[in-house]
Design a protein around this ligand. Structure first.
Ligand SMILES: [Zn+2]
Length: 373
């Protein structure tokens, strides 16, 4: 605001001096973007969304107004990507082989978090999966493979050295094995502690794991809430912690749309789509009334070859045509793009373009509308 006021003042002075005008007047009224949030529904295909609306009787989710285009997801060595290559494409802008995490043929590739840190921004990784899952790892580690053995240890070590301010995920033993390294790097290491979310200190780094931060739907089915972690509320706390003058970059993942789709468990999948929508809503509440934050919502790939159910009765496990990933394009929603440039975005972009949008935002604070066609 101060900068804008100064520009206006300078223009007035120039005009008062009788000169022709102020050629440096800003062409757009929006403030510089300083925060970038990437939200990934693992396995979240277009039919997951359409079926969830039918299943829950929802006319439209708010974020659907911000649909901009479809996204291709193929990896370097396969038409059908895995979560490792897809996360790497989103985080680094480079196609790698399935299984590779932030690295191709032994060569590390710079990711959005590393770019954000260079810009003096705060950074965070938040997932309902474990932190050594392919998606969070793709944004915070560099390894030749994604399997727990032998790569999880290397991922944990990479994350420890990454400089990322906050990690939140489901508990995995490899972090307990490496907890001393995290302590030495100045992290506060906590498991199953939700009260700490109310006292996050802006000057501290955190790795927080919740053994039960898994499937929200299990709690609904069992009607057991004692150890339930309210993920949307958790997101709100993490956003408050990350919010600062220089901005931040945050990756948020719901890992369970993919897991339930692999199992062809339709009902559970739908509940996880709804939970993802609630996570998005928490982020949108943070964005309300501010114009300095870009939220990009997408998927790493589609899982299950889910068909569209045309009636409520047809919404069953039978809609799955596969127990694996597919090459189906996924959706991209960007609230900021639609707010600032009303048009019909018709192009199909590649998942690596999402990195390019993020990189420009982090380095220049401007949105590259040209990338959306
Ligand atoms: Zn999967």
């Amino acid at each position: 605001m101060k900068k804008k006021f100064a520009v206006v003042l300078a223009c007035l002075v120039v005009v008062m001096m009788g000169l022709v005008g102020c050629s440096k007047a800003p062409s757009q009224s929006q403030e510089e973007v300083k925060n970038v949030i990437v939200m990934i529904g693992d396995g979240f295909g277009p039919n997951h969304l359409a079926n969830a609306k039918k299943y829950f009787g929802v006319d439209k989710f708010a974020f659907e107004d911000h649909y901009v285009c479809d996204v291709t997801t193929y990896s370097k060595d396969s038409e059908i990507t895995d979560s490792a290559a897809a996360a790497t494409a989103l985080a680094t802008g480079q196609k790698v082989n399935n299984g590779e995490i932030g690295r191709h043929q032994g060569q590390d590739i710079e990711n959005l978090m590393e770019i954000a840190i260079k810009q003096g921004k705060k950074t965070g990784i938040l997932t309902s999966d474990s932190l050594c899952g392919a998606t969070p790892a793709g944004f915070s580690a560099h390894t030749d493979g994604r399997d727990y053995v032998p790569y999880a240890d290397e991922m944990a070590q990479d994350q420890c050295k990454s400089g990322i301010d906050i990690f939140v995920g489901a508990r995995a033993g490899v972090y307990d094995e490496n907890f001393l390294s995290f302590l030495q790097r100045g992290y506060t290491y906590e498991t199953d502690n939700t009260s700490i979310l109310n006292q996050l200190n802006h000057n501290s780094k955190y790795i927080l794991q919740y053994s039960d931060l898994k499937s929200n739907y299990n709690h609904i089915l069992e009607n057991s809430w004692a150890d339930w972690v309210d993920y949307p509320a958790l997101i709100t706390k993490v956003l408050q912690y990350l919010d600062n003058e220089n901005g931040f970059c945050l990756m948020i993942e719901n890992g369970y749309i993919d897991k339930y789709s692999h199992n062809n468990n339709f009902e559970s999948t739908m509940h996880e789509v709804m939970y993802f929508a609630q996570m998005i809503e928490a982020v949108y509440q943070f964005c309300a009334g501010r114009d300095d934050t870009v939220v990009m919502i997408t998927a790493d790939h589609e899982t299950g070859g889910l068909q569209l159910g045309d009636t409520k009765e047809s919404l069953t496990d039978e809609l799955y045509t596969s127990d694996g990933h597919t090459a189906t394009n996924v959706n991209l929603f960007i609230k900021y793009a639609v707010d600032h440039k009303q048009k019909n975005y018709s192009a199909v972009i590649d998942n690596t373009d999402i990195f390019r949008l993020g990189k420009q935002l982090l380095e220049q604070g401007t949105f590259n509308f040209d990338l959306l066609g």
